[in-house]
Design a protein around this ligand. Structure first.
Ligand SMILES: *Cc1c(COP(=O)(O)O)cnc(C)c1O
Length: 432
């Protein structure tokens, strides 16, 4: 029998609504709090930063939200994305597990991030916004937002974490190609940046610091809005296109996952893949285990505290109820820049607190070992972030072998690592 390695949907089969898990969570989210008054924030508190449509989505409890036609049209540049069966990896591990991965690396910027960058740019455009600011770690989010804003004639200013700015110079070029402007953070352009530089001129930067800079620029300029690539509810909402497509694709195979696994930075690719499956746990008695995989050097889910904390280092955002290592935490300069964030988004935090999802942490060396194995088995070279999920997939597939059970595992291949050769080179050198 012919092995079907890729399960494809055609463009007409792409879902036309996002799934909002807020409609089905057993315990609703705690509110965001105003940093000064400690009162719940209302829509008007967020208006300087975000367009109204996104604020509405942030707080919505409607189960399905229509994807605008213009967004669907741009999604079709790279969606639907293929679902692959990792036959070679299964064989290499000699595991009875069936391993599937959703390939989000086929988008032009190379990760899942345009799934939210496109609608965010669209809703800003609809409200007449001319300029947007944002932060980026490894550069994937900055690339995605530059790619998206360019279609709508919006200027995009990206504060890029300084250590990544130097580690991944081609990401800057990519953003420049799509008309994005890139500034190494901390920078001299903002009060927050100057403050961090005064404390430590060699500060490697962090997502928390870059967010402070980007928010400051948006808050001080009437014509500028801010955009975040993860953590917030509307970002996770947009990413559910990943899980909704996967559901349709798996249906074509007759399999349903026992395990859904994604790397975890702020929660967007994990939530995007897992939430449409969790819905069946809530409403259909299914018992799919959903596992978020974080970096052991930034372990907010496995070692952080659930409490109200700021989303940025300078303390400018509302207080978010989340698992956090503290907003002053500056993570070590690991290669998986997208996992270097001190907190977890509110939805995944609440689900973890309620024991409805699970979390694991993976050491950098183990993630690279897994990435190398995957590259040799399946050919695809994962982003260092994605490699964390792959390490956990391998652990689970080996457990399945020990237990002799043919589990179905689905994971998110959140991005490729073709612009991360510096990191791979270093790993191979050390491994000699
Ligand atoms: C940004 C990124 C992540 C982590 O961010 P989430 O919001 O948690 O998804 C993971 N993988 C890749 C490839 C990324 O670009």
């Amino acid at each position: 029998m012919t092995k079907i390695r890729k399960i494809q949907l055609n463009e007409r089969e792409m879902p036309t609504q996002w799934y909002n898990i807020q409609a089905d969570m057993p315990n609703p989210l705690l509110p965001l709090l105003h940093p000064a008054t400690k009162e719940p924030v209302g829509p008007s508190d967020l208006e300087p930063l975000f367009p109204l449509a996104l604020i509405k989505q942030e707080m919505s409890t409607e189960r399905y939200i229509d994807i605008p036609d213009q967004v669907l049209d741009l999604y079709r540049l790279y969606r639907p994305t293929p679902l692959h069966r990792a036959y070679n990896l299964e064989k290499m591990l000699d595991s009875p597990a069936k391993i599937y991965y959703k390939n989000e690396s086929v988008s032009p910027p190379g990760s899942h991030k345009p799934n939210t960058a496109i609608p965010q740019a669209y809703y800003n455009y609809k409200q007449g916004v001319k300029k947007m600011t944002t932060e980026t770690g490894a550069g994937q989010w900055g690339s995605a937002l530059s790619f998206a804003t360019n279609f709508f004639g919006i200027e995009c200013k990206v504060f890029m974490v300084k250590v990544s700015f130097h580690q991944k110079p081609y990401r800057k070029t990519m953003m420049n190609l799509w008309n994005g402007q890139v500034i190494a953070s901390p920078s001299e352009q903002t009060n927050a940046g100057r403050m961090f530089l005064a404390e430590d001129p060699d500060c490697p930067g962090s997502l928390g610091v870059a967010i402070s800079e980007a928010i400051e620029v948006a808050a001080m300029n009437e014509d500028t809005k801010y955009s975040l690539g993860s953590v917030l509810n509307h970002v996770l909402l947009h990413q559910t296109i990943i899980g909704l497509e996967s559901l349709k694709q798996l249906e074509m195979t007759g399999d349903f996952p026992d395990l859904v696994i994604g790397p975890f930075g702020g929660g967007s690719n994990f939530g995007g893949l897992a939430f449409p499956f969790l819905r069946y746990n809530f409403s259909d008695g299914k018992q799919t285990r959903c596992i978020a995989v974080e970096s052991a050097s930034c372990p907010k889910l496995t070692r952080g505290k659930f409490e109200y904390d700021f989303g940025d280092t300078a303390g400018m955002t509302p207080l978010i109820p989340m698992y956090t290592l503290g907003h002053k935490f500056i993570p070590p300069s690991i290669h998986a820049g997208g996992l270097r964030y001190h907190g977890a988004g509110a939805i995944v935090s609440q689900l973890l607190k309620d024991k409805l999802v699970e979390a694991r942490s993976v050491e950098q060396a183990d993630s690279f070992r897994a990435a190398m194995m995957f590259s040799r088995a399946e050919g695809m070279i994962p982003a260092p972030e994605t490699a964390h999920a792959i390490a956990q997939v391998i652990t689970e597939a080996l457990t399945a072998r020990e237990e002799g059970v043919a589990k179905t595992i689905l994971f998110n291949f959140s991005g490729h690592g073709l612009l991360d050769m510096g990191a791979y080179e270093e790993y191979l050198e050390k491994d000699k």
